[in-house]
Design a protein around this ligand. Sequence first.
Ligand code: PAF
Length: 276
Amino acid sequence: MQVIRDRAKLREATARLRAGGKRLGLVPTMGALHQGHLELVATARQAADAVAVSIFVNPLQFAAHEDLARYPRDEAGDLAKLAASGCDLVWMPDVATMYPPGAATLIEVAGPSEGFEGAARPGHFRGVATVCTKLFGQTGADVAVFGEKDWQQLQVVRRVVADLDMPIAIIGHPTVREADGLACSSRNQRMTPDQRALAPMLPAEMRRALTRIAPGAPHEAVLAEAVAALAAAGFVPDYLSLVQPDTLQPWTGGPGRLLAAARLGDVRLLDNMPLG
Ligand code: PAF
C-alpha cells in the first residue's frame, strides 16, 4: 500500500493503477476510520480493480461554530487498518496541497443541500461538494463509494456528479451499525458512557415510527411522538422528517427516507432509514 502526500506522485501512482483500462475505486474519508469505512473499502474492491482511500480533514466543510481542531485524528491507526483491508493507495494531502494559495473556486449546490444538515451547518455542503470534486479530479477514479449514513451528503454528491457530467459512478453503501443498532460514526467516540448507552434509542425510535406510518394517513403525529420521547430521554432533537429519497423534498407518497438528527451533549447524531 502506497501512502502519498504529493500531487505529482499521486498522478504517477493513479496512472499506474489505471494502466491497461483497470478501474480505480475511491473511498473519500476524513480519517478516524471505523468498521463502516472498512466496509466501504470492501465495496470499492468489488466495484473496481484497485482502491484508493483519501484521508483529509476538510476545513472547508466545517461551519464557523464547529471545532475543526477537535475532529478525531489517528493517522497510524488508520494506515494500519487500511493496510489490512486491501487498500492500494492512501491519498493524504495537507491543507496547502488541497487548497493552494490563490484557490478561488467553490462548488455551490442547491436542491438536496438545502435544509437539514445544510441549515444546521451553513457552508457544509459547499465544502463537501468542493473537496469531492477535487478528489474525483485528482485521482481520476472511475467509481467512488460513500456511506448511506450521511444520506444528504450522498444525494448532494450524486447531484454534483450529474450536473457537472463527471465520468464517475457513485455507489451508496448501507449504513453500518454497532451491535446495539447505533450507526457507526467517528463522532461516537466523543460520547460519555451514559450518552453512548442512551444513543441507540435514536434508531430504535426511528424504526418504531416507521412501522406506524401508514400509506395515505398523516404521519406528522407519529414523528412528533418520537421526537417527544427522545427529548424526554435527554436528546436534543433537531429534526425527524420523512422526505423523498433523492430530492429531500417533503414525502408525498411512494419511496421515502426518514432523516434524523439529535444532539446528546455536544455530539450530533445523524441517522436515516428507508420507509417500507
Ligand atoms: O463523509 C466524510 O467523511 C466527508 O464529508 C467526505 C466525503 C470525506 C468529504 O470530506
